[in-house]
Design a protein around this ligand. Structure first.
Ligand SMILES: *[C@@H]1O[C@H](CO)[C@@H](O)[C@H](O)[C@H]1NC(C)=O
Length: 256
């Protein structure tokens, strides 16, 4: 009886350690996966690569120059918008054109459409069509324009808070959500007008644009966001009642 009494709390503690370590492992330790990378055309302006996610200017959306259009498998109908990936040139497979084992972190801001003829962006390929500055951080100039890479999901570091851009008209509200830290990719959004006083779910319209069809004019707006890693944050009264379509409001709140 005595020894059992002594050892069981210890066993419980071990079990606790094991159980608490498992979810952490799932959230934080993403595996390296194989993919290929190319770069956007030389004369494409990196400030206008918001494309299929709807960030009209990726600079203003807080993503800087390190952005990528990702293939169907990664884009997942827009769920990947805002997600961050650490990309490493696969030096083992391509020692000639890889700049050692250098890595670059890119944000998914666009979709690389399939050509349905076995192209690099067709399923089942994992592909990053990167901005030129990010591509040439990991690959030598003068290569054929494609290198094998390894990639993994990483957290996104953003300056300042989450931003809400109001689009739409009348009682058609579209809110473009940008500069999201944490896992970077928004999974669910709720909106609350100060007059209605309850949370309503929004639906992904396309990319980073979320919609609702309530009349939200002349009231403060609050948002509740859940990311793909299940972290949730409230943005209470982030939009004042004097808001107009076309305006962007920055919160002081940010995901870590
Ligand atoms: C609207 O938001 C402001 C702060 O931005 C707050 O002072 C005010 O009480 C809010 N109004 C309502 C009705 O919630």
């Amino acid at each position: 009886m005595g020894p059992l009494f002594v050892t069981s709390p210890f066993l419980c503690y071990i079990f606790f350690l094991v159980l608490s370590a498992v979810p952490l492992f799932h959230v934080q330790a993403y595996a390296w996966l194989n993919a290929h990378a190319t770069f956007y055309g030389a004369n494409q302006d990196p400030t206008t690569l918001g494309g299929a996610c709807g960030y009209d200017n990726t600079f203003h959306a807080g993503f800087g120059v390190n952005t990528a259009a990702v293939s169907t498998m990664l884009f997942r109908g827009g769920e990947a918008c805002g997600a961050c990936y650490q990309v490493m040139c696969d030096y083992r497979l391509d020692p000639k054109w890889c700049l050692g084992r250098r890595t670059v972190t890119v944000t998914a801001t666009n979709f690389c459409p399939p050509n349905n003829h076995g192209g690099w962006c067709d399923p089942p390929h994992h592909h990053f069509d990167m901005s030129m500055p990010s591509f040439f951080r990991i690959a030598r100039q003068g290569n054929e324009g494609i290198v094998p890479v390894l990639y993994r999901r990483v957290g996104c570091r953003r300056r300042g808070g989450v931003r809400f851009t109001l689009r739409g008209q009348g009682n058609f509200n579209m809110v473009m959500i940008s500069n999201v830290g944490g896992s970077g990719d928004v999974k669910s959004v709720w909106i609350k007008g100060s007059k209605s006083g309850r949370w309503w779910p929004m639906h992904r319209n396309w990319g980073a644009n979320w919609q609702s069809s309530m009349d939200l004019r002349y009231q403060n707006l609050s948002f509740k966001l859940t990311l793909s890693n299940a972290n949730t944050l409230l943005f209470l009264n982030v939009v004042p009642s004097s808001w107009r379509f076309g305006q962007t409001f920055s919160s002081s709140n940010q995901f870590l």
